[in-house]
Design a protein around this ligand. Structure first.
Ligand code: PLP
Length: 440
């Protein structure tokens, strides 16, 4: 333990879990972690979606070992390699054919944020326009451009002035807390009208943005899905106004929402698709995929030493193969429904649990201060944090998100089983009961 104590004194205060967890995580297998005291923890986060197969999947591990023994180059900038060829071939086979047939790929630095930077830079270059429209509550990463598109002021406060430069925000169809004050039944229509007005009324000042950037399920923003009809209407509006549509599937891609990509279900295609997290099967990899009409960058426009890491491509290709072979997107839909139903019955017993929502294995439970007058009582970030800590004491790793950190988020790996779901629900209910009793 001594060396870990030394590490703690060296690590920055900005560490996400510093104030929360004292454990040292030593081992991981599938959906389970084990700490240095031998305690088992159910990982219901999967590294915010970056571990589609959980920890240390044996087939991914073997593929990487085999690759390392093969003598193939393991970091190659943009050189053509067998690993890259096989990776791109596999990825394109998973994209809807009407998108794949006219798409190009550009590998980015190892994070989702860098791929968002690339997407924004690309549409700005291609259209020679600067403004981009993002949505309230959106999360696209922490580098300057991606942070600018974050629709939540909290994390921007520390970024200095002008943190939102070049970005305009539109209301997201958050039906549980309708930004227009309705009971939710008109939220989608009103958010589309708002956007339409932004794009057509000269007084909005942004009738010609380069693009609209959107998450099909807002992840960090509190697991808020949009409907297929809303997404189709968004696609139609952007096309009508000659505005590019960037879909950010960094968190929702690769089976997590029950289909390979969340946008697919609406039957639309984006102009630019942003991918990371599960793309590398647990290793850092990010890319943008976009229509050939946007292939306007001169060579080297989005460079970076560690973009397109070969080991991550081997891992990502193997993970894609396993997701398809084991139909893990279907498992995500089934296990997601089981988990969501269980959470809804728990929420019916505790007035501090409000909306339970999500899609597939991207699930959020909004924690509220119960109110007699309001449909959705005010968000209760403190109670959400108490539940998260009580859950962790019971060996269940969750994360909070959304406004005021009041949404408890679950993103188990796609390999989750019905037994795992039952265990998660049991520990979660106990945690809620403890936090609720302590508050009374
Ligand atoms: N976009 C979305 C939708 C995300 O959820 C995230 C991270 O959570 C990012 C972009 C940024 O990715 P990264 O943390 O790898 O920079």
């Amino acid at each position: 333990m001594h060396r870990y104590e030394a590490l703690r004194s060296l690590e920055s205060n900005a560490r996400t879990y510093a104030a929360t967890f004292e454990q040292v995580f030593e081992y991981g297998h599938g959906m389970r972690l084990r700490d240095s005291a031998g305690r088992e923890i159910i990982d219901c986060l999967a590294c915010a979606g970056a571990l589609p197969l959980g920890h240390n999947h044996p087939e991914v591990r073997d593929a990487i070992i085999e690759f390392m023994h093969s003598g193939h180059v393991h970091q190659a900038l943009d050189l053509t390699t067998p690993a890259k060829y096989e990776f791109v071939e596999k990825l394109f086979s998973l994209l809807p054919p009407n998108f794949a047939s006219k798409a190009k790929i550009q590998f980015c630095g190892p994070s989702g944020s860098d791929a968002v930077e690339a997407a924004m830079k690309l549409v700005r270059h291609a259209t020679q326009r600067h403004p981009i429209i993002a949505f309230h509550g959106a999360y696209h990463g922490m580098t300057s451009g991606a942070l600018a598109a974050m629709g939540n002021l909290g994390p921007k406060i520390h970024a200095g002035p002008n943190a939102s430069i070049g970005i305009h925000f539109a209301p997201f169809p958050y039906t549980y807390r309708c930004p227009f004050g309705t009971d939710g039944s008109q939220t989608e229509e009103l958010s589309l009208n708002y956007l339409e007005t932004m794009l057509s009324d000269p007084e909005s000042g942004i009738t010609k943005p380069a693009a609209v950037i959107v998450e099909v399920v807002q992840g960090e923003g509190g697991c808020i899905p949009v409907s297929d009809a809303w997404l189709r209407a968004l696609r139609a509006i952007t096309q009508e106004h000659d505005v590019r549509l960037i879909i950010d599937e960094v968190q929702s891609g690769f089976g997590r929402t029950g289909t390979m990509f969340a946008f697919e279900r609406a039957g639309i295609v984006p102009d630019v698709l942003v991918l990371s997290k599960a793309l590398g099967g647990g290793f850092p990899l990010a890319a943008v995929v976009y229509g050939r009409d946007l292939d306007v960058w001169p060579r080297g426009t989005h460079a970076g030493t560690f973009r397109g890491n070969q080991i991550a491509m081997v891992s990502g290709r193997k993970a894609m193969e396993i997701i398809v072979r084991d139909r893990l997107q279907e498992n995500a839909a089934q296990m997601g429904a089981l988990l969501m139903n269980g959470l809804r019955s728990i929420a019916a017993r505790f007035p501090v649990l409000g909306d339970v929502r999500g899609r597939g294995l991207m699930i959020g439970v909004e924690v509220i201060k119960p109110s007699d007058e309001l449909i959705a009582g005010p968000q209760d970030g403190n109670m959400a944090r108490d539940i998260k800590l009580a859950a962790f004491e019971r060996g269940l790793l969750l994360e909070t998100g959304g406004r005021h950190g009041a949404v408890l988020r679950m993103l188990p790996p796609l390999i989750v089983t019905a037994n795992d779901v039952a265990e998660v629900l049991e520990r979660f209910e106990d945690a809620v009961a403890e936090a609720f009793a302590a508050s009374e």
